[in-house]
Design a protein around this ligand. Structure first.
Ligand code: ADP
Ligand code: MG
Length: 682
């Protein structure tokens, strides 16, 4: 097995590589751009491009590409080779600063949601030096933003970078109030845990639904699936282990800090978790991770399913989005501090998060609204569609004390430390765990668990950054005014936090999020419970959302609206494709199989004749005939259905009859691999 320290970053044009290949002056200038967000010195682009090319060509690269994240949700690349004719019948390899900094892919085929009329089909890609270039498929990949002719964001990265900036501005204001030194640019951190399924390639190839929609549209649950709970953290099968070793090696080569690997709850389901990084980089790395998992799976005769719910009735896949804030002092502002002063700042952050999530629960919900994720959220599976925050007993206790006018102690430790007036020192290692909460505080970070396994993390984090920026903005405005008016800082803070808690504590819930009782209680508290994508997406089309994203320079009203349109369109397209594939499979595979089975059974009954006892067989034949007739009718109804909602209902009926037939039709006649084969044969 390869040594990670040797592999790590082998294919990345990292800071270390830059130091080897660039002049000191250029490295300094680049470093300033990366670390402080200073705008790029165009004068160094040529030198950087040349060094990148030399390094890449030495590693076997022949092409370069701007690598970006259009609103399709995946990544895009268009390769250009380095070659330039030398006039003597040969070529040399060249790569200029201009080519590094800007590209102009034909944007007309990417979704723009009406942002870009086709006569303005041009789109631009622009280098993002804060995410290092890397080599994949012998191609130098340069992470870029992707914008329209007038600078409109057409991608996921642009608003992510803007939201990071917006949050930084507000964090620095808070830092000033708390007299915290500003040593670095503020950035969010992200650790994105990635769940996925593997399936044997041959079995996959026999399932049109998996190939075309990423999930099974048919299939009855096998007797054994996940009820024995014997897969989670179980010993990893040999063939899967070989895949995981290659996966880690490849991720390490690409600089992705893959840390944890294990079996997940469902059979055939697995998870990879990286060490957290700065948000922008972590989002890029998660996009790379999804691609590398897919490719590595292929090399091992598997297919990776990233769909949120490949199998009905079996656990789905998500992406746990672990978010924290690395403040201007370089410390994690969601980590309870060592002293009361730090704890006051920590409690302010907790209250800011409460305010942010409570005010904009609808927006957070909208960021995870996709056709695939609808099968998880609100479908009696982690987590529910109701957005709430888990803080654990200890923090909740402190929150309650602050609300009442000053915290005196923290529950378990019984410590009293009121150095800076009324806020207590929090003991570390608050290990409360609640696996059912959509937005859980886990000691030093918040874990948003509703993101779909197939989604980019960008959207949810754009929202988290922006809503927290807004909350901090309002908090700072109030505190600054109070201090200016001569109020004592700690008193002003105490009053402010108590007010925030009073107003927003309805977002807190430490109990079991799966229960019917919680759904009722949440409704009583007025928390939204939006189960379907089209309803959830409406949150992007409200005056509140427009004002929020516009105010912090994250998305203009037009840009936000374009996203709203694209996500709705995508949803409808997916449902239409699923309906088409359902019809196709029902008509060309399942109905013919059912008819064959009936004919064979009828022939057997006839051959045995009245001399034998065939009562059971006749009953079986009758049941099959009845179900087949039902299936014919359901197919006819699906053919006539229009609109996502009706299509989904009609598909459900087709599936119900088809799945019932699967339990009656002889195994050798049934045309599709079964759930048992898909889940267990690997
Ligand atoms: P789990 O939540 O599964 O028990 P961990 O708590 O170890 O596992 O971490 C889960 C993920 O959270 C990992 O990807 C880890 O790197 C990430 N994480 C830890 N600290 C932070 C942080 N400060 N900011 C963002 N992510 C973090
Ligand atoms: Mg986790």
């Amino acid at each position: 097995m390869a040594n990670p320290t040797e592999l790590f970053g082998e294919n990345v044009f990292s800071m270390r590589v830059m130091r080897e290949h660039l002049s000191e002056k250029t490295v300094k200038s680049l470093e300033a751009t990366i670390k402080t967000g200073k705008s790029l010195d165009a004068g160094i682009a040529d030198e950087v491009a040349e060094a990148m090319k030399e390094w890449a060509v030495a590693k076997g690269a022949t092409h370069f590409t701007h690598w970006f994240q259009p609103l399709t949700g995946s990544t895009a690349e268009k390769h250009d080779s380095f070659i330039v004719p030398d006039g003597q019948g040969s070529v040399v390899c060249k790569f200029s600063g201009a080519e590094l900094i800007q590209g102009e892919p034909d944007a007309s085929s990417f979704p723009s949601g009406g942002l870009r009329a086709t006569f303005e089909a041009r789109g631009y890609t622009g280098w993002d030096p804060s995410s290092p270039a890397f080599i994949k498929d012998n191609t130098l990949c340069i992470p870029t933003v992707f914008c329209g002719y007038h600078g409109e964001a057409l991608d996921k990265k642009t608003p992510l970078l803007r939201s990071g900036k917006a949050l930084g501005v507000q964090a620095e204001r808070l830092a000033k109030l708390f007299k915290v030194p500003c040593k670095q640019q503020t950035y969010s951190t992200l650790g994105a845990e990635q769940e996925y399924f593997l399936i044997d390639e041959e079995i996959y190839n026999a399932r049109l639904d998996l190939q075309q929609t990423g999930r099974t549209l048919f299939g009855s649950k096998p007797a054994k699936h996940q009820q024995m709970e014997d897969h989670y953290f179980g010993a990893i099968k040999t063939r899967v282990m070989a895949f995981m070793e290659d996966l880690d090696s490849e991720l390490w080569r690409l600089g992705v800090p893959s840390k944890t690997r294990h079996n997940e709850v469902a059979p055939g389901q697995f998870e990879m978790a990286p060490i957290f990084e700065s948000l922008n980089l972590a989002v890029d790395h998660n996009m790379i991770t999804m691609e590398v998992i897919r490719k590595t799976a292929e090399q091992h005769g598997f297919v990776c399913l990233l769909h949120e719910k490949p199998y009905a009735g079996v656990n789905g896949s998500g992406k746990h989005n672990n978010w924290a804030l690395s403040g201007p002092d370089g410390k994690n502002w969601l980590s309870p501090g060592d002293n009361p002063h730090e704890n006051a700042k920590f409690m302010t952050m907790i209250c800011a998060l409460m305010k942010a999530v409570d005010t904009h629960a609808d927006i957070l919900r909208a960021t995870v609204a996709t056709a695939g994720n609808d099968h998880r959220l609100g479908a009696n599976e982690a987590p529910p569609a109701i957005i709430s925050i888990f803080l654990g007993d200890q923090l909740t206790d402190i929150i309650e004390q602050i609300e009442k006018g000053g915290a005196k102690s923290s529950k378990s430790g019984g410590q009293i430390n009121l150095g800076v007036d009324t806020l207590p020192a929090l003991p570390r290692g608050n290990t409360d765990r609640n696996r059912t909460s959509p937005f859980a505080f886990t000691g030093n970070k918040f874990e948003f668990r509703a993101v779909g396994s197939n989604q980019s993390c960008a959207g949810s984090n754009v929202a988290i950054n922006t809503i927290v920026a807004e909350a901090l903005d309002e908090i700072c405005t109030k505190l600054e005014a109070d201090v200016k008016a001569g109020k004592k800082f700690n008193e002003a803070l105490q009053t402010l936090l108590a007010g925030l808690i009073k107003k927003h504590k309805k977002i807190l819930f430490n109990g079991d999020n799966y229960t019917e009782a919680w759904a009722k209680e949440a409704a009583r508290r007025g928390l939204p419970n939006v189960k379907k994508t089209p309803d959830a997406l409406k949150a992007f089309n409200t005056p509140k959302a427009k004002k929020l994203f516009e105010k912090y320079g994250v998305l203009s009203e037009k840009e936000l609206h374009s996203r709203f349109e694209i996500y709705n369109e995508t949803y409808e397209k997916i449902i239409e494709i699923e309906a088409g594939v359902t019809l196709n499979m029902a008509k060309t595979m399942i109905l013919p199989a059912a008819m064959t089975a009936q004919a064979e059974l009828a022939a057997s009954i006839k051959a045995i004749g009245t001399g034998g006892v065939v009562t059971g067989a006749k009953a079986q034949l009758k049941a099959m005939c009845t179900e087949t007739e039902k299936l014919y009718k359901a197919v006819a109804a699906l053919e006539k259905a229009h609109g996502a909602e009706k299509l989904i209902a009609a598909m459900g009926k087709v599936r119900a009859s088809a799945d019932a037939l699967e339990t009656m039709v002889p195994d050798d006649i049934w045309p599709l691999p079964t759930y048992a084969e898909m889940l267990f044969m690997m």
